[in-house]
Design a binder for this molecule. Structure first.
Ligand SMILES: *Cc1c(COP(=O)(O)O)cnc(C)c1O
Length: 396
C-alpha cells in the first residue's frame, strides 16, 4: 500500500456517498459529456445539454429552411426579450428588465456609458482592480470618450473609495481568478450612499449561485451565457437595466433593434420605452436559440439546492487537497464567500495543467501560476473532484 492509498480509499467512499445523496445527480444525464473526461472548465465553456443539438437542427431545417423570412416575425425578433425573461429568475430580476444581446464586452461598454450619462457632474469610474481584463479595457475606452478617469480599486474597498466624484462602479460579483464572492448588497448600498451607480458583472455568478439584483437595488448588470449557463461557444450575453433607470437609459450603441418602431424605418432614433432599448442590431439567432434550448435544464430548479451542491463540491475539493496535497497553495476562500471554483497556485503553472489534460482532467490555467477548477453543480460529481486532486498530486 502506498502512503496515500488509505486516505484515497476513504475519500473515495466519501465521494460515493456524496454522489449517492446528490439531489442534482439526475441533472448530469441531461448533458452530453465525454465519459473519459473529468470536466472542470464549465466556468469558461459550459458543457452542452443534450437537447441543444436537436433544437438547433430544427431551427435550421424548419424555422430557417421552411419558414424562411417569416420566422423573423413569427419567433426570431422577440427572442432576445423572451430569453431574457427566462434568465431573469436566475438573477433575481422581475419581468421586463433583462434582454439578451451582443457579447459581455460590448454590453459592458453600453452599460458604463449609459451609467455615466445617467449620473452627470461626476468625473470618475471605479473599476474592479482584479477584473477579467476586457472589462477594464472597455472602461478605459469609455473614459476616453466621456472624459472620465478610471480608478482601479478592489471590489471589497469600493465602499470606502466611492465618493462625490464617482459616477459609476464596475464590479464583478465573483472574481474570475480566486473565485471570491463579493457582497453585492453591502457594496451596492455603499456605492449608492456615495451617489454613484453600480454596474455588476455576473459572468462567474449567474448559473452558479442565486443572484438577487432587484433585492440588492442593483442599477445595471451584465452576464455571460456560455459559462455556467451552458449556452454554447460565444452565445450572446444578457443585460439588466433596473426598471427605474429604463426611461433614462441612454446607451451609445443605439441601433435599429433598440428603436421604438424598428420596422418603421424612421430616419431618426427613438428609443424603445422598455428594456429592448438595450438592443443594437440583428440578433445572432442560431447562438441565441441554442442558449434557449440550454436554459431548459433550469426549469423548476431550486437555486438553493444548486448553491448547496456547489459549496459542497468546493468543501470536498478542499478536504481532498488537505488529505492528499497538504502543501497546496489554495487561492479560493475556504469560507462560503466564494463562487463555484477552486483555484490553486502552482509553480509548474501551465505545464501542470497540460499534464492534467493528458490525464483527462480539464481545468484551466490563468497566468502567472493559477490552476483553476470550475465546479458546475449541474454535472460535476464528487468522484470527479477526487480524481482531479489525485491526478494533480501525481503530476505536480
Ligand atoms: C468571461 C468574461 C467576459 C467575456 O467577455 P466576452 O465579451 O464574452 O469575450 C467578460 N468579463 C468577465 C468578467 C468574464 O468573466
Amino acid at each position: 500500500m502506498t502512503e496515500t492509498a488509505a486516505p484515497v480509499a476513504s475519500l473515495a467512499a466519501e465521494a460515493a456517498a456524496l454522489d449517492g445523496a446528490d439531489p442534482l445527480a439526475a441533472k448530469r444525464a441531461e448533458f452530453d459529456l465525454d465519459p473519459e473526461v473529468a470536466y472542470f472548465d464549465g466556468n469558461s465553456l459550459g458543457a452542452p445539454p443534450k437537447n441543444v443539438a436537436e433544437r438547433v437542427t430544427e431551427v435550421i431545417r424548419q424555422q430557417w429552411g421552411r419558414r424562411l423570412i417569416r420566422s423573423w416575425e413569427e419567433t426570431w425578433w422577440a427572442a432576445p426579450q423572451r430569453i431574457g425573461e427566462r434568465i431573469a429568475p436566475l438573477v433575481g430580476a422581475a419581468a421586463g428588465q433583462v434582454v439578451v444581446a451582443d457579447s459581455t464586452s460590448v454590453d459592458v461598454f453600453k452599460l458604463l456609458v449609459a451609467a455615466v450619462r445617467a449620473n452627470p457632474g461626476r468625473d470618475e469610474i471605479l473599476v474592479d482592480a482584479g477584473t477579467f481584463p476586457t472589462d477594464g479595457y472597455l472602461a478605459d475606452q469609455v473614459a476616453r470618450l466621456t472624459g472620465h478617469t478610471v480608478r482601479r480599486v478592489p471590489v471589497a474597498r469600493m465602499p470606502g473609495e466611492a465618493n462625490e466624484r464617482t459616477a459609476a462602479v464596475l464590479a464583478n460579483h465573483v472574481d474570475y481568478v480566486s473565485g471570491q464572492l463579493h457582497d453585492m448588497p453591502s457594496v451596492t448600498e455603499a456605492v449608492h450612499a456615495a451617489g454613484a451607480l453600480a454596474v455588476w458583472d455576473l459572468c462567474h455568478s449567474v448559473g452558479a449561485i442565486p443572484v438577487r439584483l432587484d433585492a440588492c437595488a442593483a442599477d445595471f448588470a451584465v452576464g455571460c451565457t456560455y459559462k455556467f449557463l451552458n449556452g454554447g461557444p460565444g452565445s450572446p450575453a444578457f443585460v439588466y437595466v433596473a426598471q427605474r433607470h429604463q426611461a433614462e437609459f441612454d446607451q451609445p450603441l443605439a441601433g435599429w433593434a433598440g428603436h421604438a418602431d424598428p420596422f418603421g424605418m424612421e430616419p431618426g432614433y427613438r428609443a424603445n420605452p422598455g428594456i429592448e432599448r438595450a438592443r443594437t442590431g440583428t440578433p445572432d439567432i442560431l447562438s441565441m436559440l441554442a442558449l434557449d434550448a440550454a436554459l431548459d435544464v433550469w426549469d423548476g430548479l431550486d437555486l438553493a439546492v444548486l448553491r448547496a451542491k456547489g459549496l459542497a463540491l468546493g468543501d470536498f475539493f478542499f478536504r481532498c487537497l488537505d488529505e492528499l496535497i497538504p502543501d497546496a497553495d489554495v487561492v479560493t476562500p475556504r469560507n462560503h464567500a466564494r463562487g463555484h471554483q477552486v483555484s490553486v497556485r502552482d509553480p509548474g503553472g501551465r505545464k501542470t495543467m497540460d499534464a492534467l489534460y493528458a490525464r483527462g482532467v480539464l481545468g484551466d490555467f490563468r497566468p502567472p501560476d493559477v490552476l483553476r477548477f470550475g465546479l458546475a453543480p449541474l454535472y460535476t460529481t464528487f468522484g470527479e473532484v477526487l480524481r482531479a486532486v489525485t491526478v494533480l498530486r501525481e503530476v505536480r
